[in-house]
Design a protein around this ligand. Structure first.
Ligand code: PHE
Ligand code: FE
Length: 305
């Protein structure tokens, strides 16, 4: 965790306000205000981390990430040279789909996060991981948020999906914790860890994958995980992993399919699913459209969230 990190002066230290104890363990909660990206405070080591991660992932993702993702990254003018300025990205993004990036200190409380998305504002953590954290960091940093999440906001369908998710989150929050849990699983298995079937094979669109070297390889190449066709209610019942690669990836055929499947009112679905048992992260069910049944090799025996 980037706890006692600090490369910058005190005024650019992320303000962590408390730790929340949740079913996912201890979760840091940051000051919720929108902050100006302190771009001038980034040091050469910060830009170096960006460059290293950017070059490594781009080399890996050609032929692995979906075309929309790769094209959008280029269109937004992201380069390995230096950490992008949010203001520069915003000029392009706003014109494309009406989304804007806002700088934040780190993970936001759920309700704040949903509210931003519902207004087409995407919160991006302003600080980047340290050089010794390039391979793994437990919480989202600038690289995950900006490199991983922002490119697909250039895509009109995905841009609408993210806003609908924000609105849906506000609604689920009012319904109760079980609804929220089901919705969070949908986010996890689509926005963070989704795969898409493209004309030439399976590709990645999930942000949690594209920002991870190991999982970018594992999710497509390894015989271990299940790859199963997207099924909304199945996903909303499926537990997931936060400390290992996923045991199961769900595959959409197109962003249009994702929009169509998530368009209906979830209220009755939440109620119906609340009465059904949750599904283990690695389970394969009789009704699944199985693209690959995982070998299960190397799976942790417990620890599904
Ligand atoms: N249709 C969902 C609802 O009624 C909202 C939603 C849309 C959630 C898209 C996620 C993604 O709550
Ligand atoms: Fe994320």
């Amino acid at each position: 965790m980037p706890h006692r990190r600090r490369l910058g002066p005190m005024n650019s230290t992320p303000r962590r306000v408390e730790n929340l104890h949740t079913d996912k363990g201890k979760v840091p909660v940051y000051a919720t205000g929108v902050v100006e990206q302190p771009w001038d405070d980034y040091r050469p080591a910060d830009h170096g981390v960006w460059r290293q991660l950017y070059e490594r992932q781009r080399a890996l993702l050609v032929g692995r990430a979906c075309d929309e993702f790769l094209q959008a990254q280029d269109a937004m003018g992201m380069t390995p040279d230096r950490i992008p300025k949010f203001a520069d990205i915003n000029r392009v993004l706003e014109r494309a789909t009406g989304w804007t990036l806002i700088g934040v200190e780190g993970l936001l409380p759920e309700l704040d996060f949903f509210d931003h998305l519902a207004r087409r504002r995407f919160p991006v953590t302003w600080w980047i991981r340290r050089p010794d954290q390039v391979d793994y960091i437990e919480e989202p940093d600038l690289f995950h948020d900006l490199f991983g999440h922002v490119p697909l906001l250039m895509n009109p369908l995905f841009a609408d999906y993210m806003q609908a998710y924000g609105r849906g989150g506000l609604k689920a929050h009012a319904i109760g914790p079980e609804a929220l849990q089901q919705l969070t699983r949908l986010y996890w298995y689509t926005v963070e860890f989704g795969l898409i079937r493209q004309h030439d094979g399976l590709r990645i669109y999930g942000s949690g994958i594209v920002s991870s070297k190991g999982e970018s390889l594992y999710c497509l190449d390894s015989p271990a995980p299940n790859r199963i066709g997207f099924d909304l209610e199945r996903i909303m019942r499926t537990r997931y992993r936060i400390d290992t690669y996923q045991k199961t990836y769900f595959v959409i055929d197109s962003f249009a399919q994702l929009m169509d499947a998530t368009g209906p009112d979830f209220t009755p679905i939440y109620a119906r699913l609340a009465a059904q048992p949750a599904i283990a992260a690695g389970a394969v069910l009789p009704g699944d459209r199985v693209l690959q049944r995982g070998s299960g090799e190397g799976w942790a025996a417990d620890g599904d969230v």
